[in-house]
Design a protein. Structure first.
Length: 220
């Protein structure tokens, strides 16, 4: 059976949430310009699994209408009750580089008690590339959650602000090898003589994977 905008619309209007999930999955087989108008209503679906699936697809479909995507994703970021949906909204905002939502992301980061939401916001700020994020990302380096701290290291590398090298220097001796591995990637992106010096230290790291990554970075 052919998948058409009409057949997908029928699934998305079904009372069965399983049908609606199927419809959301089938949106991938339509042209984005056809899929975007269909996904709008299910962004606020009463079923959390449906909302999550719909919000997750906005990372790509949102490019069809960035202003509408901003409106829909900000609503889910600010008003969503489920952490995974809220996190998916942050992910999509970052993927679409919707910097207009930066103040909202900061607000939710400071309010949330959900590590997944905090993690997604810090990750998306690196991808978004908004220079305003520097202070918040350096603050997140002190997070009590190791995953948030580690993703903050990576996001500072993505942001590309060379002031980050000094802030990242203490992590050469971090107890978590995964944080040190992410540090290698960040320093490689940032570049400069100070970053090279830190990479030389990391090339002697006790964790073989970290040392090898640092050596490759120095040779590139």
């Amino acid at each position: 059976m052919d998948i058409t905008p009409e057949s997908v619309a029928t699934l998305l209007k079904s009372d069965d949430y399983g049908d609606r999930l199927t419809g959301i999955n089938q949106l991938r087989q339509l042209e984005p310009s056809q899929a975007f108008p269909l996904i709008e209503p299910v962004i606020n679906d009463p079923n959390v699994r449906v909302r999550y699936a719909a919000v997750s697809q906005m990372s790509t479909l949102g490019a069809v209408d960035r202003q509408k995507a901003l409106e829909l994703l900000r609503d889910r970021l600010l008003n969503e009750s489920e952490a995974d949906v809220q996190a998916a909204a942050a992910d999509a905002l970052g993927a679409l580089r919707l910097t207009e939502a930066y103040p909202d992301l900061v607000q939710i980061y400071r309010q949330t008690e959900e590590w997944l939401v905090a993690f997604s916001i810090i990750a998306c700020l690196g991808e978004m590339g908004d220079s305003r994020a520097f202070d918040l990302l350096t603050e997140a380096l002190n997070s009590e959650n190791n995953l948030v701290k580690t993703v903050a290291i990576g996001s500072l590398g993505e942001l590309g602000d060379h002031r980050a090298v000094e802030a990242l220097q203490p992590f050469v001796h971090d107890s978590d090898w995964q944080a040190r591995s992410r540090l290698v990637q960040a320093l490689s992106r940032l570049g400069g003589s100070q970053a090279q010096h830190l990479l030389q230290q990391l090339a002697q790291d006790e964790a073989e994977q970290v040392a090898e990554e640092a050596k490759r970075a120095l040779n590139n």
